[in-house]
Ligand binder design. Structure first.
Ligand code: PNW
Length: 504
């Protein structure tokens, strides 16, 4: 009897203590909740091609890829997968995968060649109408990103995201999208990864338009993106929501910042600081209180002062703007690929940059398995951890994984490492839902097919389908990972190996 009581209390103690780490090293069999959304993704510049066809205006990427030395192999997205002409085939691939949704983006300069209302390109609108109608005819719902990095070049010539006029221009473009497609599109993502636009495009210059002012531009760009997002959300509320009944959110790229030594308070603080700079930068004003995270405000204010500046490099929202910005996401989109180890690092303030403002050293463990991209290592546990971080930090608001995937450099059809990656990452997400109560509503793989991987050209491939880029017809062939994902979707998760219906 007393042994029994002892055992029970020991078990209780252990389960309480270990609750957040249940099944940490085990595979967990189970299914996602009913109604879980399954999707796969592409982006306009990465797949469409037809860069100057039928009245499309140039985007900053059409210009950037023509600058010598910017893109591996001098590649461009001029043709890429040629989805502009092959979209019917794309929809058939989606049908075979069994997805409920398809995430694609609209190219702003394809529908507004100058980015403003002076010219509306009907041929561009027709293309997206054809794609949306083809999806719906095949039982697939569109999930639409309005901005996946391809700004109209005409707007960049007026300062792009650095010029506050862009807020009204973007809202005008968003209005055209809601008006034209909103009868059929119920899932809107205003921006894909604003951090990459701000830091990659205007801070370190590795992405279009390739500007390099790392201490100031990223903060100005992000400020204008947040205002554009909020203005678009308010527009939907005021003019479209009652009739169209869709949802509007924003997608953030989230590396999971893990304390280098979990037992060190300084490392835990560093990890939290990095996460607030990366994710809180956008999620905090939009979902918490209309302001940047406290730690970001204090760090950048302090560094600005040290440099002798009289105003902070991190701008302020007015009270009116704060009210307008707070509460403008029906969901957060999460792009999760990899993790970092965080520890404190006192950075010199000269030269100031978004990175040095954080006083954090971010690195990866060389033992983590590599991929075809230098920044991406196999870190499935971060998927569960980042979902738990979001749950705690943003009051368990609805989350959709809007990208997750892995690259190689050869486009192999027998991509067992990608199958392993998807299986392990998805299983960690399943644990987050079933064991930790995270509010994850859907999952999107990146990508439907191999495509133009920005500055890496065609040298890094993320596709579930192989694309032959030397064949003018751009044929697509399913990889083993496509069959695997189709099975997971059919099972809505992972059935135990002895389950009768399991057909793998
Ligand atoms: C995403 N990170 O970018 C983009 O949305 C896609 O267009 C792109 O093709 C895909 O990932 C693969 O690179 C990311 O640092 C940029 O973790 C940075 C990170 C993740 C994704």
């Amino acid at each position: 009897m007393s042994t029994c009581v002892c055992l029970v209390s020991l078990l209780l103690l252990l389960s309480g203590h270990e609750a957040s780490r249940r099944y940490e090293d085990d595979f967990y069999y189970g299914t996602f909740p009913d109604g879980f959304l399954w999707s796969t993704a592409t982006a306009a510049y990465q797949v469409e091609g037809a860069w100057n066809e039928d009245g499309k205006g140039p985007s900053i990427w059409d210009v950037y890829v023509r600058e010598p030395g910017k893109i591996v192999g001098g590649a461009t997205g001029d043709v890429s997968c040629d989805s502009y002409h092959n979209y019917r085939e794309d929809v058939q691939l989606l049908k075979t995968l069994g997805v409920s949704h398809y995430r694609f983006s609209i190219s702003w300069p394809r529908v507004m060649p100058y980015g403003n209302g002076t010219v509306i390109n009907q041929s561009g609108l027709d293309y997206y109408n054809r794609l949306i109608n083809e999806l719906l005819a095949n039982g697939i719902q569109p999930m639409v990103t309005m901005y996946h990095w391809d700004l109209p070049e005409a707007i960049e010539e007026d300062g792009g995201w650095l010029n506050g006029d862009i807020v009204d221009l973007f809202t005008g473009y968003a209005k055209l999208c809601f008006k034209t497609f909103g009868d059929r599109v119920k899932f809107w993502i205003t921006f894909n990864e604003p951090l990459v636009v701000a830091v990659g495009g205007y801070g370190d210059g590795g992405k279009a338009p390739g500007l390099h002012q790392p201490g100031t531009y990223p903060y100005i760009v992000a400020h204008n993106i947040i205002k554009s997002h909020a203005s678009t959300y308010r527009l939907y509320d005021e003019e479209f929501r009652a009739l169209q009944k869709g949802q509007v959110g924003i997608t953030l790229s989230m590396v999971y910042n893990q304390p280098k030594d979990p037992n060190s308070a300084a490392d835990r603080d560093a990890a939290e600081r990095a996460s607030q700079f990366e994710h809180g930068w956008f999620a905090h004003p939009i979902t918490v209180n209309g302001e940047y995270p406290d730690v970001m405000r204090s760090q950048v204010d302090m560094k600005s002062k040290e440099e002798g500046l009289t105003t902070s490099r991190l701008p302020h929202f007015t009270d009116d703007e704060k009210r307008r910005i707070n509460g403008t996401a029906d969901f957060l989109g999460l792009n999760y690929y990899t993790s970092n180890l965080a520890s404190p690092q006192a950075s010199p303030f000269n030269p100031p940059s978004y990175h040095s403002d954080q006083d954090v050293l971010l690195e990866q463990d060389p033992k983590w398995p590599k991929s075809g991209s230098s920044w991406l290592r196999y870190t499935p546990k971060g998927a569960r951890a980042v979902l738990n971080w979001l749950k705690v930090t943003y009051k368990n608001m609805p989350i959709y994984v809007t990208e997750n995937g892995v690259s190689d450099n050869n486009g192999s059809l027998h991509d067992f490492y990608r199958v392993n990656y998807y299986r392990d990452y998805l299983d960690e997400m399943l644990k987050a839902v079933r064991l930790d109560g995270c509010n994850l509503r859907g999952y999107t793989s990146w990508s439907l097919m191999d495509n133009f991987e920005w500055a890496r050209g065609y040298s890094e491939k993320f596709g579930l389908h192989y694309v032959n880029f030397s064949d003018p017809a751009r044929p697509r062939i399913p990889k083993d990972s496509a069959k695997f994902i189709a099975q997971v979707i059919a099972d809505n998760g992972f059935k135990p190996p002895n389950s009768e219906e399991h057909s793998l």
